[in-house]
Design a protein around this ligand. Structure first.
Ligand SMILES: NC(=O)c1ccc[n+]([C@@H]2O[C@H](COP(=O)([O-])OP(=O)(O)OC[C@H]3O[C@@H](n4cnc5c(N)ncnc54)[C@H](OP(=O)(O)O)[C@@H]3O)[C@@H](O)[C@H]2O)c1
Length: 243
């Protein structure tokens, strides 16, 4: 049975990914900073899909623990999926560096710290893949969320480099740029329906894209074109817009 390691497994998107991979015959290593909260999900996946599910404590910013965490996994993962993320409060981040730092660490440095171990392992085994859930916010800095957007941009650039490095060893890397997704992260926000996905649909898109060995997925697909337009606006005009 192949195994998927999901980091940040209490996220709404992560839980839908767990169902998608379990339905398709994967065992699961579900890692989150409060592993006890994963128990109902783990038992449901076991009952529905006879999936072999393990729950693990994992903190994205506890760098010192990452090597031991990865090397002591109960099963060797075939696919490693980074989902943990922190949007933060953008007004607070402007005034309080600790808020900005947490945004940077959860979305970027934590991912680098863990995925470097995964990349070295998969490269040695010449198999498997890495999926990183980044964001369309990576595509252009905007006044409303540039700490988050710049951390995601760094993450997407890191994944692009990993993909380039690991290609020779047959390890595939998929970068995911979701647009708006209806989850706990966006609870209470007014989101435009045509541009907003449900996490179940995002998980289906991710699973399909990974197995088709796509490199960069926009989900919903329309975001590829939305971001193309946003990226093509000249900076002298862009800086005047309230985005
Ligand atoms: N929702 C959207 O519109 C949207 C759009 C683009 C990209 N994304 C990205 O999609 C991913 C999943 O987000 P979501 O929408 O499913 O939101 P979510 O439910 O809020 O998930 C975020 C997850 O990150 C985890 N996390 C935060 N800090 C952590 C840490 N130090 N260590 C380990 N885990 C930590 C949270 O853990 P706890 O459960 O313990 O709080 C939470 O489960 C994120 O990377 C997000 O940036 C979301």
């Amino acid at each position: 049975m192949p195994y998927a390691l999901i980091l940040g497994a209490n996220s709404d998107i992560a839980q839908c990914l767990a169902y998608e991979f379990a339905r398709n015959g994967y065992g699961l290593l579900l890692a989150a900073r409060d592993a006890a909260r994963l128990a109902p999900l783990a038992s449901d996946l076991g009952i529905r899909y006879k999936s072999d599910v393990h729950t693990l404590e994992f903190d994205a910013v506890d760098y010192a623990s990452h090597y031991a965490f990865y090397t002591r996994l109960p099963k060797q993962p075939d696919v490693v999926i980074w989902v943990a993320g922190y949007l933060g409060d953008s007004d607070k981040a402007r005034a309080d560096f600790h808020e900005a730092l947490n945004v940077i660490e959860v979305n970027y440095t934590g991912a680098v710290s863990l995925l470097d171990h995964a990349a070295n392992d998969l490269e040695k085994r010449q198999t498997g893949g890495i999926i990183g859930i980044s964001s369309v916010a990576a595509d252009r800095g905007r006044q409303s969320n540039y700490h988050y957007g710049s951390a995601k941009a760094a993450f997407s650039t890191y994944l692009s480099g990993l993909r380039n490095r690991l290609y020779a060893s047959g390890v595939h890397v998929l970068t995911v740029h979701p647009g708006y997704v209806r989850t706990r992260m966006t609870a209470g926000m007014k989101l435009p329906a045509p541009l907003t996905a449900m996490p179940e649909a995002v998980a289906r898109d991710v699973y399909r894209a990974y197995h088709k060995k796509r490199n960069l997925l926009y989900t919903k697909w329309i975001w590829r074109w939305v971001m193309l337009v946003i990226k093509s606006i000249p900076e002298p005009i862009f800086k005047r817009l309230k985005l």
